[in-house]
Design a protein around this ligand. Structure first.
Ligand code: APR
Ligand code: ZN
Length: 375
């Protein structure tokens, strides 16, 4: 049956307000307008940024449908859409690529001006929404919303991937994998024999570890307050695990003592300003590079000792691994299919969508690296 021009009714998870439990509801999903794509989701990861959303740390409009790390199949397309067609396997993109703005046109930029993360309006690009529930308008998150059986996204926030992609897994390549792996291999360009420290060993931090290891780092120090993360982190390539709560002194001093000189590359993958400072202070004072991958709460500030910058250290923010998303993300899927990168160890749990609450429980208890929801 051709559903392309029709409003679809399906199940979706709605956050009616910040800090309130998600409820699975019947929602109506409008057909895509010009330049938009309607997707039948196959899987979605639960990412740290979704947790920031649910806690209200992004100052988003509620009620909304969260989720952004999605893999699905195009159900229908609006007028003018030419990069995907119904039946294509696709990934949703939290950072779009419009190919027209100053970021997209610059060889190094990837933070497309059409993004809806900072700030976040919660609508499509024309300012309207495609979801309703019980007659009420429901907002989108980050232009994508993936905790739903069907979603509508702008064409610039979706990309076609290899037909052979296993759809129960590749959702991680929509966000967590490029964010972490890309921070190490593409942004920092971690060098063989180098020493790295990774703050936060969740989904993103684990993907950073994969990237450091693939780049030939000889020492990878992992820092996390949840020691349950340590065995899996070691299996991925972390050589030394540190829990800051086990030390009386600041963890950066411990890293300094362990390395003697500080690390070549420090990554922050928590979204905690104090950990960002610890990462910075862990770097070699002359050539160390500190990469900020975690999203800090809005309006939080970093307080650095200003004289410590002159010696040459670098601090760099990195979003989605500095990849221009539509250009680069399909290649990561292909690399996965060709066994050049293995994302499987990052997927510790897979649950059907209706067990979303169980999945969130696993996330909050720190039991999962990534729990994938299956539709
Ligand atoms: N010190 C050390 N580790 C911490 C601390 C802390 N103060 N607070 C939390 N952690 C650890 C948690 O125990 C967890 O293992 O950080 C990890 C965060 O992982 P996830 O919750 O799985 O989040 P993830 O999806 O990896 O995202 C991390 O990157 O892209 C951003 O928005 C995302 O800011 C988020 C960050
Ligand atoms: Zn752009």
């Amino acid at each position: 049956m051709d559903t392309s021009e029709k409003i679809l009714t399906c199940r979706a998870a709605i956050a009616w307000a910040k800090n309130s439990p998600l409820s699975i509801e019947e929602v109506q999903v409008e057909p895509p307008k010009a330049g938009e794509v309607r997707i039948k989701l196959m899987s979605s990861g639960i990412c740290g940024s979704d947790d920031h959303v649910l806690k209200g740390e992004f100052q988003m409009n509620f009620p909304l449908i969260p989720g952004h790390e999605g893999a699905g199949i195009v159900e229908s397309i609006g007028d003018g859409v030419c990069s995907v067609k119904p039946g294509d396997k696709v990934l949703t993109l939290i950072i779009p690529q419009c190919r027209e703005c100053s970021s997209c046109l610059h060889p190094k930029g990837n933070f497309c001006e059409k993004q809806d993360v900072l700030p976040c309006h919660g609508s499509m690009l024309d300012g309207t929404c495609r979801f309703t529930c019980k007659g009420e308008k429901i907002y989108h998150s980050f232009l994508v919303s993936t905790f739903t059986e069907y979603t509508v996204v702008p064409e610039i926030a979706v990309v076609k991937i290899d037909d052979a992609a296993p759809m129960d897994k590749v959702c991680l390549i929509s966000c967590g994998v490029p964010t972490g792996y890309g921070a190490a291999v593409n942004s920092a360009k971690v060098t063989p024999g180098s020493t790295c420290v990774v703050f936060g060993l969740g989904g993103v931090g684990s993907a950073i570890v994969l990237g450091c290891k693939a780049s030939g780092a000889s020492r990878i120090i992992g820092v996390d307050i949840n020691e349950e993360k340590f065995p899996r982190a070691k299996a991925l390539g972390v050589t030394d695990c540190l829990n800051p709560q086990n030390f009386k002194k600041p963890i950066q001093e411990v890293v300094m003592e362990m390395t003697g000189i500080g690390v070549d590359f420090a990554f922050e993958a928590i979204g905690n300003p104090d950990a960002m400072i610890s990462a910075w202070d862990s770097c070699h004072k002359s050539y160390g590079v500190c990469l900020i991958v975690g999203v800090a709460p809005l309006k939080s500030k970093l307080s650095l000792e200003a004289t410590m910058i002159i010696s040459g250290r670098t601090m760099k923010g990195v979003c989605l691994g500095d990849y221009k998303t539509r250009d680069c993300i399909p290649q990561i899927v292909t690399d996965y299919l060709q066994n050049k990168i293995n994302i499987d160890p990052l997927i510790t749990h897979q649950l059907p969508f209706d067990q979303l609450h169980e999945a969130l429980k696993l996330y909050h208890a720190g039991k999962a690296i990534r729990c994938v929801l299956l539709f």
